[in-house]
Ligand binder design. Structure first.
Ligand SMILES: [Zn+2]
Length: 325
């Protein structure tokens, strides 16, 4: 199960190369080096470049399908997948969300990963834009949409969380799951803001909360799940290496954490690879990995019937494993 992954980061280099050729746009860098970056700013700049090549609903539908196939190949049965409409400048927001939902629907029919969609506001967008998006989701109930996200570089854009208080309150009234990127490009104050203003169910990253013990204790008390992405945090320079990552300290503090990939093809990571790395470097046992998967099922933005089915899949996996040992 994967709760923090961006559909725009599930596009292969060769797909980007062919979209660039189709659009008559020269490659930013040779395809072999396209996904090389060392800071969050550099990553976001490259990300925006390839997203500009995503220009039709058919492309969106295909990208969604391919993302579900990619996740399925990694053994993922369920994913809450983020999309940032701001990055798809050539498409109307509604057209985009419907096309991605259609791609996920087709993929699910074909037995690939059950992907749900979480449209994500960019922090530079307006409160009005965010509210219109939420109202449209509430009225239209587009297929596969289960939640609302928020992301963007807070180190550049500054304190933007309070601006979205009303949109998040409305999302809560409409029964949408609420998640926010914070505590990556912001410090503990960014995490505190999303708890105070947006009343989130989950936080994507949230790792810099570890710098403030009182805040870490609050996350544990309020049962806020952190969707942690260890390798992504190292690639964007937040931590020098995986052993320095605080994921283990959150668990010791009683904060529910899940393990996620964030940007599979764009950062050459996979969920199975993240599990393997966390187990090896942070000395997690098999039971620890199962517990992290259970926490992902608990925090998924699906309904309770689907949540029970996810736990049943974990049960079946454990039974099969026990029988084969
Ligand atoms: Zn992310």
């Amino acid at each position: 199960m994967e709760l923090h992954v961006h559909v725009e980061a599930c596009i292969s280099g060769s797909r980007i190369e062919s979209l660039a050729a189709e659009a008559g746009v020269p490659m930013l860098r040779p395809v072999e080096r396209l996904f090389e970056y060392s800071t969050l700013a550099e990553f976001l700049e490259t990300y925006e470049w390839w997203c500009d090549l995503l220009r039709t609903p058919e492309t969106a539908e295909g990208i969604a399908y391919e993302a579900a196939a990619l996740l399925a190949a990694d053994g993922i049965v369920y994913a809450d997948v983020l999309t940032g409409p701001r990055y798809w400048e050539h498409l109307d927001d509604q057209e985009l969300i419907l096309a991605l939902g259609a791609g996920f629907e087709r993929a699910h029919r074909d037995g690939l990963t059950d992907c749900r969609l979480v449209p994500s506001i960019s922090r530079e967008q307006s409160a009005q834009w965010a509210m219109e998006l939420v109202e449209w989701i509430g009225a239209e109930r587009p297929t596969r949409v289960v939640g609302l996200g928020l992301d963007g570089n807070e180190a550049v854009l500054g304190r933007t969380t309070p601006k979205f208080e009303e949109a998040y309150a409305r999302a809560g009234e409409l029964g949408l799951g609420r998640t926010v990127h914070a505590g990556e490009s912001s410090g503990p104050e960014g995490v505190r803001d999303v708890l105070d203003y947006l009343h989130v169910d989950r936080i994507d990253h949230g790792v810099r909360a570890i710098e403030d013990p009182a805040l870490t204790a609050r996350l544990a008390d309020e049962g806020i799940t952190l969707n942690i992405t260890p390798t992504s945090n190292v690639i964007t320079g937040l931590y020098p290496d995986l052993p320095s990552h605080p994921i283990g300290r959150f668990i010791e503090a009683g904060v529910p954490v899940t393990v996620n990939s964030d940007d599979p093809l764009a950062m050459s990571v996979s969920l199975s690879g993240e599990f393997e790395a966390v187990a090896r470097i942070h000395d997690w046992s098999f039971d620890d990995l199962v517990a992290a998967t259970r926490r992902a099922a608990d925090a998924a933005f699906c309904d309770e019937t689907d949540r029970a089915a996810l736990h049943a899949k974990v049960d079946a996996f454990l039974t099969n494993r026990a029988e084969s040992i």
